[in-house]
Design a protein around this ligand. Structure first.
Ligand SMILES: [Zn+2]
Ligand SMILES: [Zn+2]
Length: 368
């Protein structure tokens, strides 16, 4: 079928809106009419050629929400009309997938950024030539997508679907780091470094868990204002300051039980570790470029402090995303207040305003 999609023809080229051919769903696949898709930094990294495994021309997008329009013969969990979110793919066969560690699939590059289905077939074409996609096995920057039922999550259909997409990656990454990994107790002190979409999701989860105090650190005053609306008890503007850890200890005494690092800056990761009390845990979510190094004081780590990297919030999307939609429905996880909507045709503006920090969470509405 013919679809409208955002295509990138080479590294650092802008997105262009074009007509493509989309293949039919196979037996275990769904045809999803994409209603809206979040954009996260990984899409912009893809556009700029950060992933050598991903050929061009390519269709990106990995936070798609939409409506199932057709199902393959072997699909049992979905029917046309279902509201769905397309989430994090995995190979299902490696040692980590076989032991419920799918967020750490050993074939992650091939599955998310290989440009094709796992068997090497492409989903899109133009004038008979292949266009690469299958980005996170979805490529949601288009009016329709082919999704494997294994990575697709059914969501409630009584609320606007266009706000669910960000749960597929950024939302479950931030909230899962807190609710699935840290598992804080009420009254645990929490700090988040960087309150973009991922950091705010972590902050909302910390509030749900009853953390107190909840401290937000960022360099943008408008993000800190939103963090206060979302439940931060204290905010610190990092701009021009070198005493952020001292400020956190002024608030907490011994330091925090949990810190969440989303900035991907080594000096900030060091602060996130130094803000910990003994037996505290820092979770690293920020994805730094290859070969980025950080230095830490060994005697400081020894009293039970933990530094852990986490991907996709350690989430099991089939249960965790519906849990987050329920929190959204009851107003406990108001991520929609961090969203700025754009039409697909404004995708380059959305990318620029997200990179500059003006927009916290861009979501693209598809033309139908
Ligand atoms: Zn795997
Ligand atoms: Zn993402």
């Amino acid at each position: 079928m013919k679809i409208t999609a955002a295509v990138v023809h080479r590294a650092y080229a802008p997105f262009t809106i074009e007509t493509l051919d989309l293949t039919d769903p196979r037996d275990d696949e769904l045809l999803v009419e994409v209603v809206a898709s979040g954009m996260c930094a990984t899409d912009q990294h893809g556009r700029d050629g950060y992933f050598p495994s991903m050929p061009f021309p390519a269709v990106f997008g990995h936070e798609g929400a939409g409506i199932v329009r057709a199902v393959g013969k072997a699909v049992t969990r979905f029917k046309p009309g279902d509201h769905v979110v397309m989430s994090n793919p995995f190979c299902g066969e490696c040692p980590n997938c076989r032991t419920q560690r799918q967020s750490y699939c050993l074939s992650v590059r091939k599955v998310k950024m290989g440009g094709t289905r796992l068997d090497g077939s492409t989903l899109h074409a133009q004038d008979g030539k292949p266009v690469y996609g299958a980005f996170f096995q979805q490529s949601s920057f288009g009016t329709f997508a082919i999704a494997n039922e294994k990575f697709t999550v059914k969501v409630r259909n009584d609320l606007p679907l266009e706000r669910w997409g960000p749960l597929a990656c950024g939302g479950q990454t931030g909230a899962g780091a807190v609710l699935n990994v840290m598992k804080p107790l009420p009254g645990d002190a929490f700090v988040v470094f960087g309150v973009g979409a991922v950091g705010l999701s972590g902050l909302m989860a910390a509030r749900i868990a009853g953390c107190d105090p909840i401290i937000a650190v960022d360099v943008h005053e408008h993000r800190l204002a939103l963090a206060r609306e979302f439940g931060a008890t204290h905010t610190i503007n990092h701009s021009g300051r070198t005493d952020v850890v001292a400020e956190i200890k002024k608030i907490t005494g011994p330091g925090v039980r949990y810190s969440l690092e989303t900035s991907a800056l080594p000096e900030v990761l060091r602060e996130a570790v130094e803000a910990l009390m003994p037996a505290g845990t820092c979770v690293l979510l920020g994805s730094a470029r290859a070969a980025t190094e950080v230095s830490l004081e060994m005697p400081f780590i020894q009293p039970g402090r933990t530094l852990r990297g986490v991907v996709q919030g350690d989430s099991e999307p089939q249960t965790f995303i519906p849990q987050l939609t329920d929190y959204m429905a009851t107003g406990q996880f108001p991520i929609e207040r961090a969203i700025t909507f754009y039409d697909l045709a404004q995708i380059n503006q959305a990318a620029a305003e997200s990179a500059s920090g003006k927009t916290i969470k861009p979501v693209l509405r598809m033309p139908h």
